[in-house]
Design a protein around this ligand. Structure first.
Ligand code: F6P
Length: 593
């Protein structure tokens, strides 16, 4: 967007008509000019649009927090086709958004908002490789990771697609070797456990995908994920492992992240304690990084390094080499299917009209809930045990991307940005926190996600099929949240008057329901890309940089300063505030230092 455009790239898909887009090549230096990057005139601030004013007016009459007039019971009674009118089907995903506090006028204004804010132009700029990550002066091209071989996407005048496929081919060779037993440990034993060491985007995607696709994994190879600097994580994940049969994948975009580097050093020492010979590192450690120099410094042969690029953000990298452990687990064919799923959704996002476009719809309803109805959190509730790490993954995707308080030009946002994302799989959540979702004082919009076909039809004659019971629950939750139970209905059940308020449900609590054909590697790719693009549309409207994460830096710097003060390597400073000083002193005393 702020990039100077000085070359052209063509992005082709093997199945769809090629789209020709202008590409940026030479990136503008972000901070060299005192004024910083220029935000294009088409990238209008949301509150400067006519649509924003219209939405503000609409929210006064339809506001869950302050108004009474938007009532889902009435809306459904008035329009018998509402349940199908506000629903869209694409790529095997049925999205029913009818149980939100919206009507035709709201949706019209939301689509107008996207148009006025230049979302389509911004999207084109992203797909074209413009340096839309303006604070880091980088292109944002995770979509290139799943582009077909014949696509042409240029960065600095160079087609990057062959590089992507070259790394994929190397990953494939490696994954096949580990899976078949051709890759052996230093002492000739087969690899039985792959331990991914990484954190944030170098962990959450791989773990989530490993859990989501468990049914597609090679069960004779176990994958484990060490992320936390807390030594208990490393201890628990390795305590029953044999170094002779264990392979570590050290995953870090920068290869400087303290958690990952510390865990990797500990893993090296753990391996060599038994294997003795430093040459064993070559057989038990591989690296995934953009930083070859640091990989070599660590002692991993760069022949055993799988690269990616600075135009892939950490939280958008599970389909890059960061997915190496996923590929070992599910095999190259399934991994490629997952990439094809991502690409399906990229094409849908790029080509489908906004009103039929899944990422647009999720994003716009999210903006309505966040900015106009005042909802501060969103619960992601998959009715699928395999997706039990999905909301943790979406937490980073959404909150690290859009948890920003300033606009692209550095001026403060005059509107709300990322909500808190949280959630657990249904039905477990129902027995824990749904009480608050049904009857609490803060509305929590929910994404209810379920698959029509189970991977395993478990059940018995006596108990019935589990899947029917599971799906009955997700449908019931949507119903209960939308329509509630009136005091009159509660009274009609013979409830004593004093108990009526406790047993009343207000309803009008917004939900999206996604009923998806069946969980598969391809479908997982589609779901993740759906949310990636939802985040893009929202960030675009909020006019924030969804692709940097400066907010994580300060804590890292301060921790580095404190480390030697805890270990006793340095005398405890008194340069901190009185609270931090006292905590450090207390810790040292408790540890006898
Ligand atoms: O600290 C935040 C972060 O930079 C994330 O954006 C990233 O996914 C994570 O740390 C891990 O970074 P790396 O892959 O460079 O180790």
């Amino acid at each position: 967007m702020a990039a100077k455009k000085n070359s052209t790239s063509t992005q082709k898909s093997s199945t769809k008509k090629p789209s020709t887009t202008k590409a940026s090549t030479k990136k503008p230096a972000p901070a060299k000019s005192a004024a910083g990057p220029t935000v294009p005139a088409w990238h209008v601030a949301p509150d400067k649009t006519k649509a924003w004013k219209k939405l503000t007016a609409l929210s006064k009459t339809g506001n869950l927090m302050t108004g009474k007039s938007m009532d889902l019971r009435k809306a459904f009674a008035k329009d018998k086709s509402r349940g199908t009118k506000f629903a869209v089907e694409a790529l095997g995903i049925h999205l029913d958004y009818s149980k939100n506090l919206i009507d035709g006028a709201t949706m019209d204004a939301l689509f107008a908002l996207a148009t006025e804010c230049g979302v389509a132009k911004h999207m084109k700029a992203m797909f074209a490789g413009d340096a839309i990550n303006v604070t880091e002066n980088r292109a944002v091209l995770h979509t290139a990771l799943r582009a077909p071989k014949n696509a042409v996407i240029k960065v600095d005048g160079k087609n990057i697609v062959p590089d992507v496929h070259e790394v994929l081919a190397r990953m494939e060779k490696f994954a096949n070797a580990v899976r078949s037993g051709a890759w052996r440990g230093h002492t000739g034993k087969r690899i039985r456990t792959v331990v991914n060491i990484g954190i944030g985007g170098s962990d959450l995607g791989p773990v989530m995908a490993y859990e989501a696709l468990k049914d597609f994994t090679e069960r004779s190879i176990d994958c484990r994920y060490v992320s936390n600097i807390d030594g208990e994580d490393f201890y628990e994940k390795t305590r029953d492992l044999d170094p002779e049969e264990t392979l570590f994948v050290v995953s870090s975009k920068t290869f400087t992240t303290i958690e990952t580097m510390t865990n990797a050093q500990t893993a090296r020492a753990w391996s060599l304690k038994k294997l003795k010979d430093p040459a064993a590192v070559a057989k038990h450690f591989v690296a995934v990084s953009t930083n070859a120099a640091e990989v070599a410094k660590f002692g991993i042969d760069t022949a055993n390094m799988f690269g990616f690029w600075d135009w892939v953000g950490g939280r958008y990298s599970m389909d890059s080499a960061i997915g190496l452990s996923t590929m070992v687990a599910v095999g190259p064919d399934n991994f490629r299917e997952m990439l094809a799923g991502f690409h399906d959704m990229d094409e849908h996002f790029r080509t489908a009209p906004a009103r039929k476009n899944l990422p647009y719809l999720l994003a716009l309803i999210g903006i309505w809930n966040r900015d106009f109805l005042g909802c501060e959190t969103v619960a992601v509730l998959p009715y699928c045990q395999y997706l039990h790490r999905l909301s943790a993954y979406f937490q980073q995707l959404e909150m690290e991307s859009n948890g920003k308080r300033v606009q692209l030009d550095g001026s403060p946002c005059r509107w709300q940005t990322s909500p808190v994302i949280w959630g657990e799989p249904g039905t477990n959540g129902q027995h824990a926190f749904y009480q608050m979702i049904h009857q609490g004082t803060s509305p929590v919009p929910c994404d209810l996600i379920a698959f029509a076909q189970p991977l395993h039809a478990v059940g018995s004659e006596a108990a019935g099929e589990h899947h029917d019971i599971l799906l009955a629950n997700i449908f019931a939750q949507g119903e209960a949240l939308a329509f509630g139970k009136t005091p009159a209905e509660v009274r009609a059940e013979g409830t004593p008057e004093w108990l009526v308020p406790h047993r009343t449900f207000t309803g009008n609590r917004p939900t999206n329901t996604m009923l998806i054909e069946k969980l598969s590697p391809r479908m997982l790719g589609r779901i993740i890309a759906l949310y990636e693009h939802k985040v893009f549309v929202q960030g675009s409207i909020w006019r924030v940089n969804s692709f940097d994460q400066w907010g994580v830096e300060l804590g890292k710097v301060l921790a580095k300063r404190i480390i030697p003060e805890l270990s006793g390597a340095k005398p405890a400073k008194t340069a901190h505030d009185s609270s931090t000083n006292a905590l450090i002193a207390k810790y040292r005393a408790l540890r006898g230092r």
